[in-house]
Design a protein around this ligand. Structure first.
Ligand code: DGY
Length: 336
């Protein structure tokens, strides 16, 4: 019997079509997430699902899917999936790390430059017909990126890729993470480990690269924002939940810090009434960290491979929950 698979979005990449060679596929044809009812209804008879970050695969969704063997998310983040429960139920969870690292680091650095040099404001200024004086000594003064101190919170794959880019701008890189890198790696990368508070107090730019956990949720809050330099700029390409947005708006309005470049928000899409929207010292982009042809093509390829591997009874290239193999061995999920 061919496996039944639900693909929770229109994903027009050749590797996704490959799934149809082996499985009976139902696709949610649209760019928006399926409604909760549609998701639950479609999961009832499925062996696999290919989902995205906006599709909540929680206990209720997993319970609605008695035959489910694999959840493959086309994302590096997997906080939308109840990993512990999926593991308990013998469901393999695949994700797509590495392939989006460089694209996301590029975006973090673009936001850093754009915020430091008021690029988005300048663009709006011209389009709105407000450019009247050709050149003024004090107009739109930004902050120098060259030679500044960059504080990276979370020195994983993406944090490291951002640190590499900082080298090209002659920046001093300090970092904080739960786990410190080996001294040889620190030396090779030219980065210095510091405490969280030292990073907040010393960095000109702070870039966030941690996943959402109970420890990292709102780690940037009123208390931490009071410690940053009044000239500091915060960049967030990780997850909105890392930053207490209300506190950030207050800090930006009251001048505790200079600006923020944000790709991710506590609520996405960002509500029109968000205090961030009216601020000129922020650059906002709509969760596009991995949005390059190259990265998305490779994410689709990896998500398809993860899904098909499990259904073929093979270990997927990127498995979030290897413990699942002891609970339900690959031989028991093999259908192809
Ligand atoms: C991810 O992969 O987790 C991103 O946030 C979506 O590209």
């Amino acid at each position: 019997m061919r496996p039944k698979v639900y693909i929770a979005r229109r994903i027009p990449f050749p590797h996704i079509e490959e799934i149809g060679r082996y499985c009976d596929v139902v696709t949610h044809e649209g760019d928006e997430s399926p409604s909760r009812d549609e998701l639950i209804k479609n999961l009832r008879d499925k062996d696999g699902i290919l989902c995205l970050v906006a599709d909540r695969m929680d206990r209720e969704a997993i319970d609605a899917a008695p035959y489910l063997k694999v959840i493959s998310t086309m994302s590096v983040g997997y906080e939308h999936i109840d990993i512990a429960y999926a593991t308990e139920k013998g469901i393999y969870v695949g994700y797509t790390p590495d392939v989006l690292t460089e694209a996301t680091a590029d975006l973090a650095f673009s936001l850093l430059l754009a915020t430091a040099r008021h690029i988005a404001f300048g663009d709006r200024y011209i389009r709105e017909g407000r450019w009247r004086i050709s050149w003024s000594p004090t107009f739109l003064l930004g902050r120098s990126v060259w030679g500044a101190t960059l504080g990276i919170i979370g020195m994983g794959r993406i944090g490291k890729a951002v640190a590499k880019r900082a080298g090209g701008f002659n920046m001093r890189v300090i970092y904080n993470d739960l786990v410190r890198l080996a001294p040889e790696e620190e030396e090779e990368m030219g980065v210095e480990y510091v405490s969280f508070d030292t990073l907040l107090e010393g960095a000109d730019f702070i870039s966030l690269h941690v996943p959402v956990t109970d420890k990292t949720r709102h780690m940037i809050n009123e208390e931490s924002l009071k410690k940053v330099k009044s000239t500091a700029i915060i960049i967030n390409t990780s997850r909105g939940a890392i930053v207490d947005e209300e506190a950030l708006v207050k800090a930006l309005k009251e001048g505790w810090m200079a600006g923020a470049g944000l790709d991710v928000f506590e609520k996405e899409p960002i509500p029109p009434e968000s205090g961030l929207i009216g601020l000129d010292n922020v650059v906002l982009v709509p969760h596009i960290g991995s949005a390059t042809f190259e990265a998305r093509t490779r994410m689709a390829e990896l998500a398809a491979k993860n899904l098909l591997s499990v259904l073929k009874g093979e270990k997927p290239p990127c498995l979030v929950n290897p413990d699942v193999m002891a609970i339900r061995p690959l031989s028991q999920v093999k259908m192809i």
